[in-house]
Design a protein around this ligand. Structure first.
Ligand code: GTP
Ligand code: MG
Length: 238
């Protein structure tokens, strides 16, 4: 089934081998929105995001994608339409092009370039000795942490996902590059979930979900949370 990109959690709870990780989490993301996730290490951000492409299965509550319970979707079709950029980047020693097209080997060159542009990595690739044919690790070509992150974001975008999950995938980017990336994603018809440590990257989000020990303790826009959540103010000012 084709996804539109709407995601709704209703009192979702989740355990990792008997250890409670998420309790009664509810939120509603509209197609095309940017949803920021904030919370201390171990708060449950990655666990929550892994429920969306059914990498994990919730234990109670309900998850709806476009008004359908998540169980009606087979995982293969979900993972085609939901791209998750994991916390730890995996590149291999092939060309830049094949690293971006990984998992979508039939991608056209124009699609690879388009994804790289959206991910703000195209102009760097153009400076490499063989451009998109440059092989990672050869001719002394090395990538910085932020360049690797943008390459893996390009890999996610080449699949033209309806839902894009960036799990701390922009931590090595400077605030300006990250803002350009987020702005370019807004022009895609795609719902974006982003875990970010930098508050600056969450300011533009339609909603911010603030997780604390597996509970959603506040949700709203940056301005709303500044007004309503002492915890958010504390994080923002630190
Ligand atoms: P950071 O990525 O460090 O910012 O944390 P997070 O907010 O993404 O938390 P995450 O969802 O990874 O973890 C939430 C809780 O689940 C923590 O208490 C973890 O110890 C626990 N947890 C995460 N992965 C596993 C797992 O594979 N097995 C078990 N048993 N527990 C896990
Ligand atoms: Mg995590």
């Amino acid at each position: 089934q084709e996804l539109k990109g709407e995601v709704r959690f209703e009192r979702v709870s989740f355990f990792h081998s008997d250890h409670p990780v998420l309790h009664n989490v509810s939120f509603h993301a509209q197609p095309g929105q940017t949803i920021g996730l904030l919370g201390e290490t171990g708060a449950g951000k990655t666990s929550l995001l892994h429920l969306i492409p059914r990498l994990y299965e919730k234990h109670s509550g309900e998850i709806y994608l476009d008004d359908n319970p998540i169980e009606v979707f087979d995982t293969k079709s979900l993972r085609k339409q939901i791209s998750l950029v994991p916390q730890d980047v995996h590149l291999f020693s092939g060309s830049v092009r094949s690293n971006i097209a990984w998992g979508k080997e039939n991608a056209k060159m124009s699609e690879v370039v388009e994804a790289a542009k959206q991910a703000q990595i195209h102009s760097f690739i153009k400076t490499l000795p063989d451009g998109y044919d440059t092989v990672l690790g050869q001719k002394g070509v090395t990538f910085s942490g932020g360049q690797k992150q943008r390459l893996s974001i390009a890999r996610a975008l080449v699949r033209k996902p309806k839902i894009l999950i960036l799990d701390d995938s922009t931590s090595a980017l400077d605030a300006y590059t990250e803002m350009k990336l987020l702005n370019s994603l807004k022009t895609q018809q795609c719902t974006v979930f982003i875990v970010a440590q930098k508050i600056s990257s969450l300011k533009e989000a339609n909603q911010i979900l603030l997780l604390h020990q597996g509970k959603l303790i506040a949700q709203g826009s940056h301005e709303e949370l500044l007004n309503e959540s002492p915890y958010y103010r504390e994080v923002f000012q630190s």
